[in-house]
Design a protein around this ligand. Sequence first.
Ligand code: SAM
Length: 240
Amino acid sequence: MNKTKTKHPSGAPWRNFYGRFKGKGLRKSQEAYLTEDLARLSPGPVTWEDNPDRAPLKLDAMFGDKPVWLEIGFGAGEHLVHQAQRYPDVGIIGCEPYINGVAMLLRKIRDADVSNLRVFPGDVRNMFDVLPGGSIEKAFLLYPDPWPKKRHHRRRFVTQDHLAPLYTVLAPGAEFRVATDIPDYVRQTLIEVPKAGFEWLAERPGDWRHPWEDWYSTRYEMKALREGRMPHYMTFRKPD
Ligand SMILES: C[S@@+](CC[C@H](N)C(=O)[O-])C[C@H]1O[C@@H](n2cnc3c(N)ncnc32)[C@H](O)[C@@H]1O
């Protein structure tokens, strides 16, 4: 890529995305979920193509006066659907660029018959641009891509490029939950998240070992456990 370029022709800033948009081929049923359900579950115009002026999303049109939560990188969506079922009086937006994962979520939404979810099949940074400031009351970052090599640490979500806009869209007092199985990711999280202005809510030294009371183990967590890696759960708060 030409490093001197700072914008796409659409006006969008260049944002390198190092993850996957697509894996193995989609099954016919998965293609049907994407064609039939995604438009109905859209949170509104988020991409630069659809919303070049970056007009803020109308959250009340989506969810009325329900509090709004955000899950970043929902993978196959099991935690997202669990939260939606458990909290019908909350509206939850999930963002995930990996389309195979989005298709897996759509299947779960059909099965669970939940109506308080919206899905953006893309990079959460585009979502941050169009969420009204102070509008999100809880955010989940569950097993973000670990990027284990030192030279790749700046690709991690827990860098100021991601954390600063997240901080802006969160409401005062909002909770930010982070789970990871990578000790070095814990280290970076505990440095960078407070640097962005959040408080770490740990009360006792072993708090990080205990999942949240309403936790639902994700696919990635189950893989980590099978492979002998230990989950770490961290809760942060944006000050009032
Ligand atoms: C290791 S997976 C974990 C998935 C899921 N949370 C779980 O615990 O099973 C990390 C996920 O974050 C997604 N991701 C990476 N960068 C992202 C971004 N900028 N916006 C939204 N999701 C992102 C990836 O596509 C991937 O599905």
